[in-house]
Design a protein around this ligand. Structure first.
Ligand code: EPZ
Length: 421
């Protein structure tokens, strides 16, 4: 497994360009099963998760060609309807092919995604939506088989118990070719949902209200291929905002939609961090110390759970007591034990973490347990005394394109060994 080494203490400076959004491109690639003609996607990041979803689509019969950051995807005329465990095990977002397969073929057999480090990650809300649209669902041998009746998929009013991002995306993709209108109430409002809906509407779908709590989808008969550029990755952007702050640096972040990082900007402002909107992007200017703040992770437009580990690392530099409440995932505090190995003063009480600061962290060997936890450990290494060794960096490579290179270009004293890049 690859390792990253960071010698801390250098303020970052320079410019970094944010890549296309991992969490927008995964459902959009899955949606390329829906049209009857090819799609061209631009600004597609070179990430392990993107490779995995492309393997899944190829297994289902799609032809995919990558040319730099552009993907050409030719959908299958008659898709294979089985996505085996080997793919879903690698990445649970493979489950997002179920909605498109049901819409195109009326049948899908997908291995049940297991949990992951941050939580059990059930798919009950996805299945509730499919069932309400008329699919018959069967569980067996670790797989879920969904098949629609002779009447095909029929639009329905679906209430989501929780504004699940994946369930909202999967149900939208199933409903675009259903008969009649589907209403998803308590839908997720993330920008990635809006990007998916814009992509589908360009194909000829009829979706209203994406990005709000109520999404209305009126089914159409057929969809055609389109060209689309995915939105920038708001979590990658937030991670580099914190990299600039935690090192007391001054960096310009290009290709970012300021609106999408508003919840993070609000917290950075509270901490006393200056972020300026310039013509080419967002500039973050760090300082020596910051104010302690409280953060509660919430579905969008609340503070994103995917930025929780990263802001926790920053809170170790804040003067006073900060509290983080993680409301989205039940086990997203595994980075705490690793941060404590670096000298962080953090206590957990249930879903709350209490962080005392300011503390001068010291480099140590630490282990990435998931994508964002890994990024947080690198951020902590950037402001630590001495050298930090982060192992299991394959987690980081799943969601941060050219992470090592981008940080080196910003002046970080960071290098790697046995990396898969
Ligand atoms: C998406 O995961 C993101 N992944 C996650 O990003 C992100 O953390 C999450 O949304 C929340 O914002 C992608 O978009 C590929 P959810 P998803 O369904 O769709 C519960 C990263 O680091 N739930 O909104 O799986 C679930 O257990 C990753 O980039 C059900 O109970 O998230 C969790 O507690 C990590 N039943 C909560 O909802 C369901 O059927 C949020 O899950 C579905 C979800």
């Amino acid at each position: 497994m690859g390792k990253l080494y960071i010698r801390g203490g250098r303020p970052l400076s320079g410019t970094v360009r944010i890549s296309g959004s991992k969490n927008a491109v995964l459902p959009i690639i899955a949606a390329c099963l829906l049209p009857t003609s090819p799609c061209t996607l631009h600004d597609i990041p070179d990430l392990a998760d993107v490779h995995t979803i492309c393997l899944v689509l190829q297994h289902l019969g799609a032809q995919i060609k990558r040319n730099g950051t552009t993907l050409e995807i030719v959908p299958p005329i008659k898709p294979n309807t089985e996505a085996p465990y080997e793919f879903v095990r690698q990445m649970r977002a493979s489950f997002l092919v179920m909605g498109p397969l049901l819409a195109r073929s009326g049948l899908a057999a997908i291995s049940l995604p297991g949990g992951c480090a941050i939580g059990s990650r059930p798919v009950d809300l996805h299945l509730k939506g499919f069932n309400m649209l008329g699919a018959h669902i069967e569980h067996g041998y670790g797989s879920i088989r969904a098949e629609i009746g002779i009447g095909g998929l029929q639009g329905k009013h679906i209430y989501l118990d929780f504004p699940s991002v994946g369930a909202t995306e999967n149900i939208i993709m199933a409903a675009v070719l259903a008969k009649g209108q589907t209403v998803i109430e308590n839908a997720a409002e993330e920008p990635e949902i809006v990007d998916l809906a814009n992509f589908l509407d360009a194909m000829g779908a009829n979706i209203k209200g994406a990005g709000t709590k109520e999404v209305k989808i009126t089914g159409v008969r057929e969809l055609h291929g389109v060209t689309h550029t995915v939105i920038p990755d708001r979590i990658e952007a937030g991670t580099y905002l914190i990299a600039g702050a935690i090192t007391g640096g001054n960096i310009l972040i290009k290709n970012v939609i300021a609106d999408h990082v508003k919840p993070v900007l609000a917290k950075l402002f509270e901490m006393g961090i200056a972020v300026y909107e310039e013509y080419e992007g967002l500039r973050v200017i760090g300082r020596k110390h910051y104010n302690a703040v409280d953060v509660k992770t919430m579905p969008y437009p609340g503070f994103p759970t995917d930025m929780q580990p990263q802001i926790m690392a920053l809170m170790t530099c804040a003067k006073g007591t900060s509290i983080i409440t993680e409301t989205v995932f039940e086990n997203r505090f595994m980075h705490i034990s690793e941060l404590k190995r670096m000298g962080a003063l953090i206590k957990t009480v249930g879903r709350n973490a209490v962080i005392q600061g300011p503390v001068t962290l010291s480099g140590a060997p630490v282990k990435a347990t998931d994508l964002r936890a890994g990024a947080a450990l690198v951020l902590a290494g950037l402001c630590s005394k001495g050298i930090t060794e982060v192992s299991n960096v394959h987690h980081i490579e799943r969601g941060y394109e050219h992470f090592l290179e981008k940080l080196q270009n910003l002046g970080a004293d960071i290098w790697g060994s046995d990396l898969d890049i």
